[in-house]
Ligand binder design. Sequence first.
Ligand code: ADP
Ligand code: MG
Length: 477
Amino acid sequence: MEWETVIGLEIHAQLATRSKIFSGASTAYGAEPNTQACLVDLGMPGVLPVLNEGAVRMAIKFGLAINAQIAPRSVFARKNYFYPDLPKGYQISQFELPVVGHGQVTIDLEDGQRKVIGVTRAHLEEDAGKSLHEDFHGMTGIDLNRAGTPLLEIVSEPDMRSAKEAVAYMKKIHALVRYLEICDGNMQEGSFRCDANVSVRPKGQHAFGTRAEIKNINSFRFVERAINYEVERQIDVLEGGGKVVQETRLYDPDKGETRSMRGKEDSHDYRYFPDPDLLPLEIAADTIEAVRATLPELPDAKRSRFVDHYGLPEYDATVLTASRELADYFEAVAKACGEAKLAANWVMGELSGALNKAGLEITESPVSSDALSGLLARIIDKTISGKIAKEVFEAMWNGEGDADRVIEQKGLRQITDSSAIEAAIDAVIAANPTQLEQYRGGKDKLFGFFVGQVMKATQGKANPAQLNELLKQKLDG
Ligand code: ADP
Ligand code: MG
């Protein structure tokens, strides 16, 4: 039997406000436990939540970016459950009336195809605290610094059909919230995480299968692995004559498997009701327009512009617009050096390779966009060849100065004086009479050998085009 996978993601993006969603306590990461939890976050009696307007604006910004309806009136609700890191006994969330309604995003698949994924809704809510199981022997510590941190929960339609599509979707939302500057996207710190709902059904069947929900996955790699594992598990259960149970599962990255955590609660188990401490959230049309005016150029629009304006291939444009910082870096280089494709090749090749290897973000690059365009300018004006440029780049990366300085210091200036190149060719030909004879006897492949020898003799500095031309003349003559 052939099976089809169905996936829907619930993404939690921590909104980048300085204070919490219903209190003035700081949201800064990494403080001493319980130093950033005020009376409101602790759920003390007699205190009242006050909504953070910044969080609302960020939710609106997201809604506009995915072409969603912004609800003129939405309602905060209490989601009731008991857990030690939830002192109030309920989480303030939105249920029936979320602030952001139906929207969509386009994802890019590996084969170059695109697919539209529906976003069912996005709602504002507060985060819970953290239980620390490892730090105390036989006890659990509770850190409430995170309690009350604003989250935007982004719920997708069950539109994805493979783990790869789910990753592409998660990456797209990640890029969007970072472009919008509403979330720092830091997955290690938990600022961006997701629950993956996974089911399988026989190919051709219309009705969805029973799903399992895998909680709190905080890396793109883990999402892919967790889903693939879960799909295999469900198929095994069904093919063994069993039934998939609707439940919440945890992904264990060390073992590479998902395991059952608890039965899945239904929403009526949470006894949702409108929070009497908070007024309905009413958003005026002019507030929406004011937020719309702050929208930056979004990834899809930027990609189209890179193709139209710089003549880049779609692939390059997609890679370069993956993050706003990378796109800005590329654009600065392309503008300064005037050759967009050369700039794209260097940013995607040498620079990205070096950043990856060093585990650095583009914003931490030791070679600035100015410095890189300085290097490309020397390729364009033929001071150095593309190959030598890689050597110069490495020196720049290691802090040995800008391109001109490295070229001077290391004497890497390209040899364009044809008499100097000719002299080198003559010497090589004289030293290799056997190869010369073979070449002239029809062994064309030896041309490369001669190029190599001359390059070696000139420490790679002979201008490649001139060398080719002169060498051909000499060998054939
Ligand atoms: P809950 O809030 O209880 O988790 P929802 O109905 O809001 O449930 O769905 C949550 C997520 O599960 C959504 O992203 C939705 O697309 C996805 N989903 C719902 N049914 C299925 C299914 N059968 N298979 C895979 N994903 C599903
Ligand atoms: Mg859920």
